[in-house]
Design a protein around this ligand. Structure first.
Ligand code: PGA
Length: 249
């Protein structure tokens, strides 16, 4: 039994609309999932709508800038004002499609925390990195970028999501053992800097999680919940995934 916070987060990516928010608010009441924080990450314009449903919400990224002449960007403080309490930072699609570097992500991480949002730092290796035995090197670099720049204490109010890039949207989930191995590696890495923070840091698994595989994944000792993409667009599937997190508290 762990005292770590359990989180099931749905990353809608560039999907969803007002009707989907409606469908979620009918299907999911946070009180149904005691001891589990259910969070939905919709596109920016829907954050306020999700917040009104009582489901916790967050943004998929934030700007590394404060308000100003940055057309198209969204400031972390505004995200918080709309009722969000989290922000994803460094999702692999941001890293690859939008060229977000570790250095830039540290700036975004800071802006999220300054605005009172809990950052969920996403890390993970590509298929070729895994095949060439680089998994731990890559993850270590991504996590240490934040620790070395901001200090380990910054992870006290944060979450890490391990998402192997080869498992995102592919239907190829990491096996519970593979995922557990990397989660333990992340926890041990953080423990080299601070054992208490490592022990309480929620580490989520993401990458083709669905209602069939969530139970076994969430049963692993170092997996504290999930970051769900595709299955988070289906209220019934997402609800079942939340239920499996309750079962594994
Ligand atoms: P997936 O996406 O569940 O569709 O694989 C996960 C994510 O990108 O966060």
């Amino acid at each position: 039994m762990t005292q770590r916070k359990r989180i099931v987060a749905g990353n809608w990516k560039m999907n969803g609309n007002l009707a989907l928010v409606e469908a979620f608010s009918s299907a999911i009441q946070p009180a149904q999932f005691p001891q589990v924080e259910v969070v939905v990450f919709p596109p920016f314009p829907l954050i306020a709508q999700v917040a009104k449903t009582g489901i916790a919400t967050g943004s998929q990224t934030v700007s590394e800038q404060d308000a100003g002449a940055f057309t198209g960007e969204v400031e972390a403080k505004l995200v918080a004002e709309l009722g969000a309490s989290y922000s994803l930072i460094g999702h692999s699609e941001r890293r690859t499609l939008f060229n977000e570097s570790d250095e830039l992500l540290v700036s975004k991480f800071v802006k999220a925390q300054e605005a009172g949002l809990t950052p969920i730092l996403c890390v993970g290796e590509t298929e070729s990195e895994r095949e060439s035995g680089q998994t731990e090197t890559v993850i270590s670099r991504q996590v240490k970028a934040v620790i070395e720049e901001l200090g380990v204490a910054t992870l006290k109010d944060s979450v890490i999501a391990y998402e192997p890039v080869w498992a995102i949207g592919t239907g190829k989930t990491a096996s519970p053992e593979q995922a557990q191995q990397v989660h333990k590696f992340i926890r041990d890495l953080v423990a080299q800097f601070d054992t208490e923070i490592a022990a309480t840091l929620p580490i989520l698994y993401g990458g083709s999680v669905n209602e069939q595989n969530s139970d076994l994944l969430f049963a692993q000792p170092d997996i504290d919940g999930g970051l769900i993409g595709g299955a988070s667009l289906k209220p019934d599937s997402f609800k079942q995934i939340c239920e499996s997190a309750v079962g594994n508290v």
